[in-house]
Design a protein around this ligand. Structure first.
Ligand code: NDP
Length: 338
């Protein structure tokens, strides 16, 4: 990444019409509303990426009413870089808009060496959030997540750390990610008893990964907890990105650790092609249809997309223009996914 601290990107004045275009959904039974579309900084905000492009992805998002930016301690590369780069952008672009933003970060995966930089201990979570706040240059985040369940640490300890962090004012709300339905119900009960309601769950959910339909969404509804779906485009597979081969600047080529080229194979690609044909008939791109398909369920508070360019973000935002499905379209999609 090229960093030039003397370069002046100009003062960012957000579009005055930004709140007219976005739908905001209540997060579970809380007082907080989130935009139907949120943006994640897992990829494209590391030290190997272009900071100006990153800046413009966030500016474009906010200009269209996307008020929620999602980070984690280990987003990069290297770990911490996305928060650090967000901090650089925050100083110039976002400080005046802090109260219009919902910023989240997380801890739970591998972050630093030794026994205190991973999983779910009170020691790890509290130290990690302090590091995140320093990197991002903010006093608090809006949502702090435990990033994944930890089978070794008592859930009371992990939830106690979230409760403590909220009471300290370092996060306004508590969230969990990747928890199964029973663990989620237990976590919600422990937090409720402590007086800090569980705000939100961040599960993976897309047309190609539907595990949440098997109990999690019901649990969240019962508990009054919101849901924000991550990797809704299956990291780019559920778009037209790979229909003509492997673009040099695509995730599968640039960083094959998470989206492996060998997984984008004949049969899967054929399925994507068939979905793409339905999207075209609806007058949408496949990315737009994949987002709309998730938002048809009102239990989904927000769909959390990634983008490697402002153009992709604009395409994704276009999904909101057509969220409704005909019964026949849903049946056709179902037949393809089965
Ligand atoms: P997506 O499924 O939205 O994939 C994003 C990728 O899809 C982009 O980088 C881009 O790939 C491609 N893409 C996006 N929009 C378009 C478009 N309109 N047309 C064509 N291609 C497009 O999500 P991510 O996997 O990036 O995850 C989103 C966020 O979810 C993360 O940033 C993070 O905040 C969160 N997350 C949370 C996890 C957790 O454990 N809680 C785990 C993973 C993610 P390309 O680079 O090829 O252009």
């Amino acid at each position: 990444m090229k960093i030039d601290d003397k370069y002046d990107p100009g003062f960012f004045r957000a579009d005055a019409a930004r709140y007219e275009r976005m739908e905001y959904r209540r997060c579970g039974k809380s007082g907080l509303r989130l935009p139907a579309l949120s943006v994640g900084l897992w990829h494209n905000f590391g030290h190997t990426d272009d900071l100006e492009k990153a800046r413009n992805i966030l500016r474009t998002s906010f200009d269209h009413g996307i008020t929620h930016f999602d980070l984690a301690n280990n987003y990069g590369p290297p770990f911490g870089a996305a928060e650090e780069n967000f901090g650089r952008l925050f100083r110039k672009d976002w400080a005046p808009y802090r109260d219009e933003l919902i910023l989240s970060t997380k801890a739970g995966w591998d972050m630093w060496p030794g026994p205190y930089g991973n999983f779910g201990s009170r020691k790890y979570l509290i130290a990690s959030l302090d590091q995140s706040l320093r990197r991002m240059g903010v006093d608090y985040v809006d949502i702090f997540y435990h990033h994944r369940p930890d089978p070794q640490t008592p859930l009371e300890e992990t939830m106690g750390a979230l409760d403590h962090i909220v009471r300290q004012g370092k996060a306004l709300y508590a969230g969990i990610s990747q928890y199964k339905p029973e663990e989620t119900a237990r976590a919600a009960a422990i937090l409720r008893q402590m007086g800090t309601p569980l705000l939100i769950h961040q599960p993976r959910y897309s047309m190609l990964d539907r595990w949440v339909e098997d109990g999690l969404l019901d649990t969240l509804e019962q508990e009054g907890v919101g849901a924000i779906a991550f990797s809704p485009l299956e990291q780019g597979l559920l778009t037209d990105r790979y229909l003509q081969g492997f673009p040099e600047d695509s995730r599968a080529v640039r960083d094959g650790r998470y989206l492996r080229k060998d997984r984008i194979s004949g049969e899967r690609l054929e399925l994507v092609r068939r979905l793409n044909a339905i999207a075209q008939k609806r007058g949408q791109t496949l990315a737009q249809m994949a987002i709309a398909w998730l938002l048809k369920d009102q239990r989904i508070t927000s769909v959390l997309v990634g983008a490697s360019s402002p153009k992709q973000m604009l395409d994704n935002i276009g999904a909101l223009e057509q969220l409704a499905f005909e019964r026949e379209e849903l049946d056709q999609i179902e037949a393809i996914l089965k």
